[in-house]
Design a binder for this molecule. Structure first.
Ligand code: LLP
Length: 424
């Protein structure tokens, strides 16, 4: 459920008409709902209330300071994957002991920064990384709490580009090698093993792949305990999918996910951590856009929008489907027609949808891409020198710009000319 609903014939974000935001901020714009963000966080928090747990929001999904602060104030931890994300989490007031650090390529500089600033745990992804963390922590005279990410070799049954738990993927260490690697971790100075980490992919629409992976983690927990390791935390990653279409998709609910975790892992007495990103932010955001032209092509009509692939890359990158809805609700009797919905960027890949059935639309009409809150703004670029789209946060009947649209001058001023090109 989200808080983008039609009222009196127009789309609202909570209690604010989307058209009002468009008039104030311009188009395109990302618009997020505070109530939806909080609702999704709370669903996970409650689903794990059977035991000790921490929901660490995977902030790669949407990392605006206002979003992070909203979730942090509700009690969320953060899953970060770079020094930049760590800095953003800290700036939003998240204490280090609520931040977990994931990612296959943590640099020495990032490791040092995080050890200085405080961290709940490193989720180690390889032996060389484990040795680097040990060396740096020991040289600083501190102890780094660590889990090791195991790759359980299960098929997440999702898009190949976002599956991470098969042996051919770059993530984690093979689960069969785990006992050996944990033994080395226990010998190394500066490390304190606290648990196990696993993350098998994103946009999973069934529970079974998770359950298969978690069963393997349960087995490994027993084995590692027999080997003398203190396994007190299990970080189960993120990945629970969301419905991208209103009609036929019904991925499992957080409450079902939480019950499955209890079934598979509850008996181990561990603290459970999860790292959901998409489910918290995805349906909490829309991308507002305006029709620039309606162009009649051969046998098809192109709806040319002011948003493009640089603003929302998911359709071009993963053939992802986003529902696109008119901001002003069509009359019930209006006949729909097929449109190819495209952006202004000079690539054929800048196509959001082909043959999409829509009510009649024309220049100046506003539309909204649904489910754009996760992996939307964060994956945008300035390709074609298009300014980054502003972000707006709605809270009840209020809204605020939480990242403004940069001017062209600001864009240009980030470049600098070498001496030999400067004017005489
Ligand atoms: N934890 C780790 C270690 C991850 O790599 C990810 C996502 C998450 C948690 C959060 O997964 P979520 O709950 O959001 O599924 N750009 C792609 C998605 C990439 C996901 C990468 N890792 C997309 O737009 O579909």
């Amino acid at each position: 459920m989200d808080h983008f609903l039609y009222r009196d014939g127009q789309l609202y974000a909570e209690d604010v008409p989307v058209a009002e935001i468009a008039a104030a901020v311009g188009s395109p714009a990302y618009i997020y709902s505070t109530a939806t963000l909080l609702r999704h966080f709370t669903l996970f928090d409650e689903a794990l209330s059977w035991g000790p747990h921490l929901v660490c929001y995977a902030m790669k999904a949407a990392s605006n300071q206002a979003i992070l602060k909203t979730l942090a104030e509700a009690g969320a931890g953060m899953d970060v994957v770079s020094g930049g994300e760590y800095a953003r989490a800290k700036a939003a007031g998240v204490p280090g002991d609520r931040i977990v650090f994931s990612g296959v390529g943590k640099t020495r500089e990032e490791i040092r920064t995080v050890l200085e600033g405080g961290i709940r745990q490193f989720n180690i992804e390889s032996e060389p990384e484990m040795r680097a963390i040990s060396e740096i922590a020991a040289s600083m005279g501190v102890t780094a709490p660590v889990t090791i990410r195991v790759n359980p070799d299960v098929d997440a049954k999702t898009h190949a580009k976002i599956a991470t738990g098969k042996s051919e993927n770059k993530f984690g260490i093979p689960i069969a090698k785990a006992r050996e690697v944990y033994a080395e971790a226990a010998r190394l100075p500066g490390l304190k093993v606290v648990g196990i980490d696993v993350h098998i992919g994103s946009q999973l629409t069934e529970l079974e792949p998770f359950a298969m992976a978690y069963r393997k983690v349960a087995e490994l927990t027993q084995e590692l305990r027999e080997d003398g390791h203190e396994i007190t935390r299990l970080d189960l990653g993120g990945g629970l999918g969301i419905p991208y279409t209103r009609s036929n998709e019904a991925p499992p609910l957080p409450v079902e996910y939480g019950a499955m975790i209890e079934r598979e892992l509850g008996h181990l007495g561990c603290e459970i951590e999860i790292e959901p990103g998409r489910l918290i932010a995805g349906n909490a955001g829309i991308l507002l856009s305006e029709v620039i032209y309606l162009k009649e092509g051969e046998g098809r009509n192109f709806l040319i929008l002011d948003a493009a692939m640089n603003d929302l890359i998911r359709p071009a990158m993963y053939d992802a489907h986003h529902d696109i809805v008119p901001v002003i609700e069509p009359q019930a009797a209006t006949e729909q027609q097929p449109y190819d919905i495209v952006g202004p960027v000079c690539e054929s890949g800048d196509t959001f949808a082909k043959g999409r059935m829509m009510p009649p639309l024309g220049p100046g009409d506003l539309v909204a891409f649904r489910s754009a809150g996760a992996y939307g703004a964060v994956m945008s670029s300035e390709y074609n020198s298009r300014a980054l789209v502003p972000e707006v946060l709605v809270h009840g009947d209020q809204f605020a710009v939480i990242r403004r649209r940069p001017s062209f001058e600001e864009m240009i001023n980030r470049d600098s000319l070498p001496e030999w090109l400067q004017a005489d």
